[in-house]
Design a protein around this ligand. Sequence first.
Ligand SMILES: [Zn+2]
Ligand SMILES: [Zn+2]
Length: 163
Amino acid sequence: MMLELTEILDRPGASVPFSTDVDLTDLVYGTQKPLSRVTAQGAVRNTAGVLVLKGTARVEITGVCDRCAADFSRQVDFPLDAVLSADASDEDDENVFPLEGGRADLEDIVRTTVVLNMDQQLLCRPDCKGLCFRCGKNLNLGPCDCTPEPDPRMAALARLLKK
Ligand SMILES: [Zn+2]
Ligand SMILES: [Zn+2]
């Protein structure tokens, strides 16, 4: 979707709101395609002559956890924060996006932001505890019965305390 911004180009303080869906079902992570439609909302504001886009991309991630192998689906909000510039030399900065003919490519901005913010690993939750490497139990559901490896220093301390 191209966002029309000519009306605020010369009006500091003015803003244009946006709300759009972007289809990211084609993005591949490992062997999975965990993303579906992304809803992006926000506004572009003329801030002292510079067009600044701020908003949120709401992403639904659905897949199989790389760490614990559980099916999961969770929602994540990624902040959209971009500067729109008609000067192509600014585009080395990953937050700067082109402004062509007073228009910005909203889909490109949303897609780039999501790609930069997604972990390469798909996790059911950021602090997934994974599986016990001995018994294979999913440790998100609680500790397993395996005795933890004895720490040699703790064992020495235990011997001292027994005396
Ligand atoms: Zn997991
Ligand atoms: Zn275990």
